[in-house]
Design a protein around this ligand. Structure first.
Ligand code: CU
Length: 495
């Protein structure tokens, strides 16, 4: 925990000590509050609605994962937003095509950034090549339908309506044309931020992430152009659950980035149409969360719930380097349906905050303490011949690789490539060594099937790397290469 947070926590605890005294005062005040509460809520809105606008501004719109510049201390203005609806084919994952319906050409749609009191003049254009009418319901709008009834627009037409932003917060917008579920399921959602006067506090990095669930005729991974499946959508049986419209939108080269010491703010939304997101960043703790995108701030949060049609603002400081995996912690969605992104953090390690693996031994409850080797008599880790190397490698395999590549090296379709009979493995020994040493992300083709996932670096000694690869090469129809610790060392020294 960061020192600021510890101080905050202490302040909260002091606050609790004085709580009993102040409860009495609150109780007395409460009686008055009861009478004036409704009025106060009304006053708050009246306040925002009386904010005068000065001048006009064309809104900057951005595609995910980027957001427009902060409003800073600008005054409330007439803000001109022009958004174009495009129905266009895109790629859900390798070889899987999908026709997305989009606000501004991306899923989620363009990010809109406003401040309280702005008068937004919104023009919605439906491209002439589109096939369907659409509209927009912005949750930031106070008014019937959130703008939907005023914005219904046929292909080749445009409509304009305006609204004043009364409540600060992060809001979802979406198409609300019947069948509403289908328009949302095809990608018609995005976020609009209403900043308070003076803007949100400055941070170093800001990103835009939105989850959505998709329903295709073919099951997950089935190639070709996949039409929307209404029945699966009704049954809430998603084939894909993804961030930013497709599998891998935030992984590998598309990962979001930060440097050690920077503060990161994520504007996270959930378009649904059906599923609720348990938003989590593996290896990070959210210092602050604007719960549900509103004014309530929670601190020190591990996982925040983002309802369908809802949002949250999460903030944290990155203290250590590494690749932080962003997931919906309904975890099969992350590893099997696509809800997985990456935040890559560069900078100096801090071994006090996180040591990395310090020691590893064999845990033997029968024996006295941690030993250096399994079995009874064996004391030395070093293999003296091929047979020993294979035997030792098998143990390493059962401890680490097996969890992902499976017991017989068969892998899991779409997630973990096979090591059994792997053309990729057999083609290049040094490359395989490098993968085990450093991990691997990005696209690869193994036995004609594409994979684009994450293998984390394995913390193994050179000897263990040599042994486990020798074991893998010697089994399941592979080419029987013996990998020596010398060779591992050579690969290591090549960078
Ligand atoms: Cu629509």
């Amino acid at each position: 925990m960061k020192t600021e947070n510890i101080i905050k926590l202490q302040q909260q605890m002091n606050y609790k000590n004085t709580f009993t005294v102040s409860t009495k005062i609150i109780a007395i005040l409460g009686v008055f509050a009861l009478f004036s509460c409704g009025e106060q809520m009304a006053i708050k809105k009246v306040d925002a609605s009386t904010i005068k606008v000065t001048g006009e501004l064309k809104a900057e719109l951005t595609s995910p994962p980027f957001v427009p510049a902060s409003v800073g201390d600008r005054s409330a203005k007439k803000l001109i937003v022009a958004m174009e609806i495009l129905e266009q084919e895109g790629e859900m994952t390798d070889g899987v095509k999908y026709v997305y319906w989009t606000f501004g050409g991306s899923v989620p749609g363009s990010f809109i950034r406003t401040r309280v009191g702005d008068e937004v003049e919104f023009t919605l254009k439906n491209h002439p090549d589109n096939k369907l009418p659409h509209n927009i319901d912005l949750h930031a709008v106070t008014g019937a339908g959130g703008g939907a009834s005023s914005s219904f627009v046929a292909p080749g037409h445009e409509v304009t309506f305006s609204f004043k932003t009364l409540n600060p917060g992060l809001y979802v917008y979406h198409c609300a044309t019947a069948p509403v579920g289908m328009h949302i399921a095809n990608g018609m959602y995005g976020l609009i931020l209403v900043e308070p006067a003076g803007g949100l506090p400055k941070v170093d990095k800001e990103y835009y992430i939105m989850q959505g669930d998709f329903y295709t005729k073919g099951k997950n991974g089935e190639v070709g152009l996949q039409p929307f499946d209404m029945q699966k959508a009704i049954d809430e049986k998603a084939d894909y659950v993804v961030f930013n419209g497709k599998v891998g939108a935030l992984t590998g080269d598309n990962a979001i980035t930060a440097k050690v010491g920077e503060t990161v703010r994520l504007y996270v939304g959930n378009g649904g149409p059906n599923l609720v997101s348990s938003f989590h960043v593996i290896g990070e703790i959210f210092d602050r969360v604007n719960v549900e995108g509103g004014s309530l701030v929670n601190e020190n949060v591990q996982t925040t719930l983002i309802p369908a049609g809802g949002a949250a603002i999460v903030e944290f400081k990155v203290d250590v380097p590494g690749t932080f995996i962003i997931v919906d912690h309904s975890i099969f969605r992350a590893f099997n349906k696509g809800a997985l992104g990456m935040l890559k953090v560069e900078g100096e390690e801090n071994k006090t905050l996180y040591s990395g693996k310090q020691t590893e031994g064999i845990y033997n409850p029968e024996g006295a303490t941690i030993q250096s080797m399994p079995g009874k008599e064996v004391k030395v880790v070093t293999a003296t011949n091929l047979k020993e190397r294979i035997a030792l490698g098998k143990i390493v395999y059962g401890q680490t690789c097996f969890a992902c590549h499976q017991g017989e090296g068969q892998g899991i379709a779409g997630a973990f490539p096979p090591l059994a009979n792997s053309d990729y493995l057999n083609a290049d020994v040094d490359r395989a060594i490098k993968i085990v040493l450093e991990g691997k992300t990005g696209e690869m083709t193994v036995n004609g099937k594409k994979y684009n996932s994450v293998m984390t670096a394995q913390t193994l000694t050179d000897e263990e790397v040599a042994n486990v690869l020798t074991y893998v090469y010697s089994t399941w129809g592979n080419n029987k290469t013996e990998v020596t610790p010398m060779r591992v060392l050579k690969v290591k020294s090549m960078h």
